[in-house]
Design a protein around this ligand. Structure first.
Ligand code: IDP
Ligand code: MG
Length: 138
């Protein structure tokens, strides 16, 4: 059984999309193994997105991610990393397929509603960044 980290970003929470996003996960048979709402500090966001620290959008991205509360979730299921990525849609919502979360609700390449781990290695790092083993219900 695979696990991945999902985050409903501040723009998603602001738009009132927590229920909508979770509904899409559950409709696909994805199980939620852990969930919490929090507001990231700048340091926490910089650490989370450390792989992007040399990118021109790093400063803006980490400001955005700390601008309001987020909902972090551990999703569980067969092939859930890829399943979640396909529900999310492409990074740039203009290139995302119809019916994806980003195509339906993103307003900007940065403000794209959801985060999802992109590999087993990043999933392991990202899950442990927000959750300890006692917070996971398997
Ligand atoms: P992903 O979220 O689809 O995995 P990444 O390339 O990992 O996309 O980028 C992380 C986040 O950084 C994106 O979700 C988006 O919020 C932001 N981002 C990515 N590319 C750009 C860009 O070209 N301009 C502004 N923000 C970007
Ligand atoms: Mg990514």
């Amino acid at each position: 059984m695979e696990q991945t980290l999902s985050i409903i970003k501040p723009d998603g929470v602001n738009q009132g999309l927590i229920g909508e996003v979770i509904k899409r996960f559950e409709a696909k048979g994805i199980r939620i193994a852990a969930m919490k709402m929090l507001q990231m500090t700048k340091k926490q966001a910089q650490g989370f997105y450390a792989v992007h620290r040399e990118r021109p959008f790093f400063e803006s991205l980490t400001d955005f991610m700390t601008s309001g509360p987020v909902v972090a979730m551990v999703l569980e299921g067969e092939n859930v990393i890829e399943k979640n990525r396909s529900l999310m849609g492409a990074t740039n919502y203009k290139e995302a397929e119809e019916g994806t979360i980003r195509r339906d609700f993103a307003t900007d390449i940065e403000k794209n509603v959801v985060h999802g781990s992109d590999s087993p290695e990043t999933a392991a790092f990202e899950i442990s960044y927000f959750f300890n083993q006692f917070e996971l219900v398997s």
